[in-house]
Design a binder for this molecule. Structure first.
Ligand SMILES: Nc1nc(=O)c2c([nH]1)NC[C@@H]1CN(c3ccc(C(=O)N[C@@H](CCC(=O)O)C(=O)O)cc3)C=[N+]21
Length: 295
């Protein structure tokens, strides 16, 4: 029996059409949400993301502002650009593509973004708001994972959730969201002991560890919902391939539901970036937030 696949691609397209309706409703008031993306230098992982993003921003009717800076750009120049975008009332969302070059202090840059425009949800204020149950901008990848989990499982309260990965951009905010949903949350990482045993207890398993196919089929509790956040470029049989952090074929034989890579979490991340930009724009204009697009 093949388990139900969670089709992130079609889920994301549903989110985008709801964002597009929200954008259309704003146009009656003469408001167009604007998203500014700042890229410093060139990183291959970032290139994947940026390729799809500009197109999709315009597709939902938003303005897209792209700022491409040299890899040698100084931190002061980058901070000056962010200050300008913070003041620009046409810009409702600001995303600074990570990773930044080594000579730049990422935390200083992320914390310079106006928290109200922080559509990535990486500002320490937004992390703190999320952790304390206050209205925050929620990081896009965990938000997309939560939407898919709610859609699949309905009420998540009381379920055992394992998050593998402790990054600020996925693992930690994912754990906060699941905790807020009433899950019993375990946060593990690549060096955790007894990872297979922890995994076997999990009704919800979120893999965001960045190790190709690390999660094995026999780690999966039968019927569990598996969310694979990993996007790893590997070579197999001499061909470049994109794989997740989960051994998909083996896990799919046991899981109740599973996200593929590609076509799972990735497309949802971009859709949630657009959702967050719409949310930020509504908040900035004192309008009610779009329903079903926030945490
Ligand atoms: N400030 C910041 N915020 C981010 O959210 C951010 C970032 N920096 N830096 C880079 C990573 C990477 N990332 C991806 C999002 C979607 C896909 C995606 O849509 N992937 C497709 C596959 C595309 C392909 O075929 O190569 C999929 O999974 O189906 C990939 C990667 C966001 N990131």
């Amino acid at each position: 029996m093949t388990p139900p696949l969670i089709d992130g691609k079609s889920f994301a397209s549903g989110i985008r059409s709801r964002v597009a309706s929200g954008v259309l409703a704003l146009s009656a008031r003469g408001i167009t949400p604007g998203l500014a993306v700042v890229l410093v230098g060139e990183d291959p992982a970032s290139a994947v993301y940026v390729r799809n993003k500009g197109v999709q921003t315009r597709e939902v009717g938003m303005n897209s502002y792209e700022h491409k800076l040299e890899a040698t750009t100084s931190q002061a120049d980058l901070l000056a650009l962010i200050a300008r975008l913070n003041r620009d009332s046409d810009v409702h969302g600001i995303l600074v593509q990570l990773p930044l070059p080594g000579h730049i202090d990422s935390d200083a840059v992320l914390n310079a973004i106006d928290p109200a425009k922080d559509v990535d949800g990486f500002h320490v204020i937004n992390a703190g708001r999320l952790a304390t149950g206050q209205k925050a901008m929620v990081p896009c990848t965990p938000l997309g994972c939560l939407m898919m989990l709610r859609d699949r499982l309905g009420d998540l309260s009381g379920l055992d959730a394992l998050v593998i990965g402790r990054s600020n951009i996925v693992g930690k905010p994912m754990a906060q969201l699941l905790l807020a949903e009433g899950c019993t949350v375990t946060i593990a990482h690549s060096r955790s002991r007894n990872l297979p045993d922890l995994a076997r207890r999990a009704d919800i398993l979120v893999a965001a560890v960045g190790r190709p196919e690390m999660v094995q089929g026999d780690w999966i509790k039968p019927g569990a919902t598996v969310i694979d956040v990993g996007i790893n470029r590997i070579e197999r049989d001499g061909k470049p391939r994109l794989v997740g952090d989960v051994d998909f074929a083996a896990a799919a034989a046991v899981a109740g539901a599973i996200t593929p890579v590609p076509g799972g979490v990735g497309p949802m991340t971009i859709a949630c970036l657009l959702a967050n930009t719409l949310t930020a724009c509504c908040r900035a204009n004192g309008l009610p937030e779009p329903e079903g697009l926030t945490a």
